[in-house]
Design a binder for this molecule. Structure first.
Ligand code: 13P
Length: 251
C-alpha cells in the first residue's frame, strides 16, 4: 500500500509571519498516517524547516536548477534546497512551464539533479482546457510524463502530480471519472516503462482546486495517492482537514 502524501504548494505566497501555520498544523495533526509536506517560497525553506523540526511535517522547494552550481543568477541548486532543509522539490509545475518556458527535457534534467542531491522530485503534468476539449488529454500527459521523468525513477525519488491547468486556482475540478482515467493512464505508462513493482510504489497526486469539501471524494478515486494543494494549503485550518481526509482514506 502506498503511503498517502498531502503536499502543499504555497507558490509565491508567504513571509515570516505565516510560519506559525506549521505549529498550528502540527498541533492539529501530531501523528498523521499520511506524509505531510509544505513547499514554501525558497526564502522560507530554512526557517520553515526549523519550525517543522520535531513535527511530522516535511518541507520542500518549488523548483531547482539542473546544474550543481555556477553562473546562474537567481537560481538555486537542488543541493542548496537540501542544505536549507528541503526533502522534496516540485518540478515542471504548469506555472513554471507557462511563465518560464520549461520544457520536458529541462524538467527531466532538474529531476536528475534533485535525485543526485537526495531530494524526492514531484513532477507535474497536466493538460490545458483547449487540449482537453480537443480530446488530447491522455496524449499530453503521457508525453509530459515520458519526457519529464528520468530513467531509473523509483518510489522514493519520484512522485507524479496530475494537475489539469484549467483546474488550478479556478474552483473547477475534473469529474472523478476524468481523474480516474488520467491516473490509470499514468500508472499504466509508468508500469510499461519501469515494471509493475516500481510503478506500484510511485505516488500519483491529484492537484487543482482541492479543498476540504472535495478531498474525500477525490481521495476515493483509484490510483489517487494524495494531493498537491495550492490555495487551500496556506492556512492550517484549510489544509488540516485535507490531511484528515487522506488519513481516513489510506494513511
Ligand atoms: P490550487 O489548489 O490553488 O488550485 O493550486 C493547485 C496547484 O497548482 C498546486 O500545485
Amino acid at each position: 500500500m502506498r503511503r498517502g502524501l498531502a503536499a502543499g504548494n504555497w507558490k509565491m505566497n508567504g513571509t515570516g509571519g505565516d510560519l506559525g501555520e506549521i505549529a498550528l498544523l502540527a498541533a492539529a495533526h501530531p501523528a498523521p498516517a499520511s506524509e505531510v509536506l509544505i513547499c514554501p517560497p525558497a526564502t522560507l525553506i530554512a526557517r520553515m524547516a526549523d519550525a517543522a523540526r520535531g513535527t511530522p511535517i516535511a518541507v520542500g522547494g518549488q523548483d531547482c536548477h539542473p546544474a550543481e552550481k555556477g553562473a546562474h543568477t537567481g537560481d538555486l541548486s537542488a543541493a542548496m534546497l537540501a542544505e536549507a532543509g528541503a526533502s522534496h522539490v516540485i518540478l515542471g509545475h504548469s506555472e513554471r512551464r507557462a511563465d518560464h518556458g520549461e520544457t520536458d527535457d529541462l524538467v527531466r534534467a532538474k529531476a536528475e539533479a534533485a535525485r543526485a542531491a537526495g531530494l524526492t522530485a514531484i513532477v507535474c503534468v497536466g493538460e490545458t482546457l483547449a487540449e482537453r476539449e480537443a480530446g488530447r488529454t491522455l496524449e499530453i500527459v503521457e508525453g509530459q510524463l515520458a519526457g519529464s521523468v528520468p530513467d531509473g525513477a523509483a518510489g522514493d525519488t519520484l512522485v507524479v502530480a496530475y494537475e489539469p491547468v484549467w483546474a488550478i486556482g479556478t474552483g473547477l475540478t475534473p469529474t472523478t471519472e476524468q481523474i480516474a482515467e488520467v491516473h490509470a493512464a499514468l500508472r499504466a505508462a509508468l508500469t510499461a516503462r519501469f515494471g509493475a513493482e516500481i510503478a506500484g510504489a510511485i505516488r500519483l497526486l491529484y492537484g487543482g482546486s482541492v479543498k476540504a469539501a472535495n478531498a474525500t471524494e477525490i481521495f476515493a478515486v483509484a490510483d489517487v495517492d494524495g494531493a498537491l494543494v495550492g490555495g487551500a494549503s496556506l492556512k492550517a485550518a484549510d489544509f488540516g482537514p485535507i490531511v484528515a481526509a487522506l488519513d481516513a482514506r489510506l494513511g
